[in-house]
Design a protein around this ligand. Structure first.
Ligand code: CP
Ligand code: NVA
Length: 298
């Protein structure tokens, strides 16, 4: 494993599969891992809100015998009295590793370069590797294989989409993206992943042979609230609802990284429906986070 996990291009296929298989073992017998990170602390530097990621790291560290210290940007000297590199240099002398949820990928990279300790990306505007790891764990549990077709609908210029594309490349999966013009993945990430990524304009074409339908918020944390009305109009056709689900194979499952805005990118009916696995997906974030911590901090 490399020192850092900043994007999924930092791991190879066997490392990624090993993390997922370890996560499944931890889920089955969590008590076997109780003391593995005893006396280790990590620092969680967060510039954006979080439910799943923050709690998975905090609970995960405690259940592995260590601890996590939450450090919010709001109460920090970062950006006006301290550089990201200085933060990394200093915080890493107090801890076994740093976990960052920041706006810009380049700032996580700056922190990673400033220290020899592991740095983990817990979401930037561009990537969300921890999400894609948990997601492919959930997919493997449900479908017993990695080489699935995922139909991703909605805003695809998106951290979760980008990390799913990178994970899919490593695991032999395919991503059918359905989005309006202007909402495609970032060009450089698309170029790296175009062999297993197809972009559609018609949602029903993207879902026709899908094993999984996936969507994410139309209003990611960094998007200005002023864009809400425009985005609702642009993305309306890509809502995950019962009519769309009826056009997918009957065994198709529905995923969402959460938080979801009900009846915006996904209807409540589908989110809570029989084909939805979103709450198991969210629960798996704890196990997959513990697996990453074990691989990176030991
Ligand atoms: N899915 C996810 O990362 O959720 P949070 O923003 O609540 O951490
Ligand atoms: N794309 C979403 C993911 C939230 C987990 C965001 O960045 O807000």
């Amino acid at each position: 494993m490399k020192k850092d996990l900043l994007t999924l291009s930092d791991v190879n296929a066997s490392e990624l599969k090993n993390i997922i298989f370890l996560a499944m073992k931890i889920k089955k017998k969590p008590y076997k891992f109780l003391h593995k990170l005893e006396y280790k602390n990590i620092i969680l530097l967060f510039e954006k809100p979080s439910l799943r990621t923050r709690l998975s790291f905090e609970v995960g560290m405690k259940e592995l015998g260590g601890d996590a210290i939450f450090y919010s940007k709001e109460h920090s000297t970062l950006g006006y009295k301290e550089t990201y590199a200085d933060f990394g240099k200093i915080a890493s002398t107090y801890a076994a590793g740093i976990v960052c949820r920041l706006y810009e990928q380049r700032n996580v990279e700056e922190i990673a370069l400033s220290t020899n300790k592991p740095v983990i990306n817990a979401l930037t505007n561009q990537h969300h590797p921890m999400q894609a790891i948990g997601d492919f764990m959930t997919i493997f549990e449900k479908k017993k294989k990695f080489n699935v077709t995922i139909a991703y609908l909605g805003d695809a210029k998106n951290n979760v989409t980008h990390s799913l594309m990178e994970a899919a490349k490593l695991l032999g999966a395919k991503i059918n993206i359905a989005c309006p013009p202007g909402y495609e993945p970032l060009k450089e990430i698309y170029e790296e992943n175009k062999e297993h990524t197809e972009i559609f304009r018609k949602p029903e074409e993207a879902v026709a042979n899908a094993d999984v339908i996936y969507t994410d918020s139309w209003m990611s944390y960094q998007i200005s609230p002023q864009l809400l009305q425009k985005r609702k109009k642009d993305l309306a056709k890509y809502q995950v609802n019962a009519a769309l689900l009826a056009k997918a194979p009957p065994a198709c499952l529905v995923m969402h990284c959460l938080p979801a805005t009900r009846n915006q990118e996904i209807t409540t009916e589908v989110l809570e429906g029989k084909q939805s696995i979103v709450f198991e997906q969210a629960a798996n974030r704890l196990h997959s986070t513990k697996a990453v911590l074990l691989k990176m901090l030991r």
